[in-house]
Design a protein around this ligand. Sequence first.
Ligand SMILES: [Zn+2]
Length: 118
Amino acid sequence: MKIPERIKIGNRLVRVKFSREPFNDDAYGWYDANNFTILLSSRDQDSNPTTIAETFWHELMHAINDFNRFSIEMQREMDDKDTPETDAYKFEEMITERTAKTLLQVLQDNPDLIKATN
Ligand SMILES: [Zn+2]
C-alpha cells in the first residue's frame, strides 16, 4: 500500500501528511479543510496498514465532501418547504450525483490512488 503525497480533487490540490502528534478524540486522522490537508497518524500503535488505508479513504471522502460543499447544500435543501421524505430523497440524489462525478475525476486524475487500496 502506498499513500499518495498529494491528490487532485477538482481544482484543488490536497496534501497528505503523516503526524506523530495525537489528534483530537484519539482519531487516526483528520481532514484540515482550511489547508486542504489530510493528516494521518504515524504513531506506532496506529500504523497497522489496514487502519492507515481505511483512515486515508475516510479522510479522502471528507475532502471530497468538503469540495462539494454538502453542509451548505444540506442547509439549503432543509430551508425548502418539502416533506422530510422528499428532502431526504433529493439530498441523497445530490450526494450520489456529485460524489460519483467527483470520485470519477479523482480516480482519473490520480491513477496512483489504486496503490493505496492494497
Ligand atoms: Zn470522519
